[in-house]
Design a protein around this ligand. Structure first.
Ligand code: FE2
Ligand code: FE2
Length: 311
């Protein structure tokens, strides 16, 4: 557990995607769809986080951590709902994502779902899944840091509503980046198990992401008959070079960092930057739960006024 703690709160945000273009980064359908994969993965994925953490909560013997877990559950539930709104918009825009979403539902509902276990076996499966979520949460924190500082997206004229949704979510990921790791350490903490979880989730996420991007580009009706229908590795590298999507080195560095036995998420990420974004996020402000402008972390969401800044 870290000393500088933020009191995590779920913000009642709303986003209106009516009229959103499928290339919401204008003229950049590949980059738009690469980021859109989040809308395919996260509604199911974050609902799964909520389920697993709700099961783990009664096992927590530390009130501060239990409070963090409750805050985490509240935030992830709103994230899932918000990305579901974006997913519904994609479907309404004529992008048929049925096959991919069914696959995602199978992964989180069946493969990683309940197995009818009891006793020690049930606990071991629960801890295994908390370990996987801790690994995924390292990626979401890294991506969160990236999206709140991605000026190329502003420069490219990315849709402000979508950008705010991604940045509000990213900022909350940075805000709660310690929780899954702290929960895993509290319940088990074995380094080898943590490494194994990363070695399973890292490649699985990379594969799902590449598949999702190809899926969206192939099914976007606006790309019919264009070369952009084929999402290629070189399109990714080009978009990454221009700062429109996170580059491969960001993910490689994230994995290497995570494998260190001394890893703690608190040292990777800038809580002040996250709090500063939440202070100006139109959706968070409309929800009445952004922090006061200035980004000092002294707002109502902080427990101690420090904003829980990284060491
Ligand atoms: Fe989230
Ligand atoms: Fe998260």
């Amino acid at each position: 557990m870290t000393e500088d703690r933020i009191s995590l709160q779920a913000r009642d945000v709303h986003f209106d995607f009516d009229g959103l273009r499928t290339d919401w980064i204008p003229g950049e359908p590949f980059a738009s769809h690469l980021i859109d994969v989040l809308h395919l993965l996260l509604p199911e994925g974050e609902r799964w986080f909520v389920e697993v953490f709700s099961q783990a909560l009664p096992l927590v013997r530390d009130e501060a951590l239990a409070e963090d877990v409750r805050g985490f559950i509240g935030q992830e539930a709103v994230h899932a709902t918000s990305h579901q709104g974006a997913l519904d918009h994609l479907v309404a825009a004529g992008v048929d994502v049925t096959r991919y979403v069914e696959q995602v539902e199978w992964i989180f509902g069946e493969l990683l779902g309940e197995r009818g276990l009891t006793g020690d076996e049930a606990r071991a499966w629960l801890v295994e899944r908390v370990g996987m979520i801790a690994a995924i949460e390292h990626f979401t924190a890294v991506l969160g840091s990236w999206i709140i500082d991605s000026p190329a997206l502003d420069g490219a004229g990315a849709d402000p509503q979508m950008l705010d949704m991604l940045r509000w979510h990213g900022a909350e990921e940075v805000e709660h980046r310690n929780v899954a790791h702290d929960l895993y350490v509290h319940l088990d903490g074995r380094w080898l198990r943590r490494v194994r979880a990363m070695l399973v989730t890292g490649p699985a996420l990379a594969s799902l992401w590449a598949d999702g991007t190809r899926h969206l580009c192939a099914r976007d009706p606006h790309l019919r008959g264009t070369p952009q229908r084929r999402a290629r590795v070189r399109d990714y590298l080009r978009a990454a070079r221009r700062g429109l999507v996170p580059g491969p080195w960001l993910f490689a560095r994230a994995v290497l960092t995570y494998l260190s036995p001394r890893f703690h998420p608190d040292a990777h990420g800038d809580t002040d930057a996250a709090v500063a974004y939440l202070a100006v996020s139109p959706a968070a402000r409309a929800a009445g739960t952004g922090h006061p402008a200035g980004g000092t972390g002294t707002g109502p969401g902080t427990a101690d006024g420090t904003g829980g800044a990284a060491a």
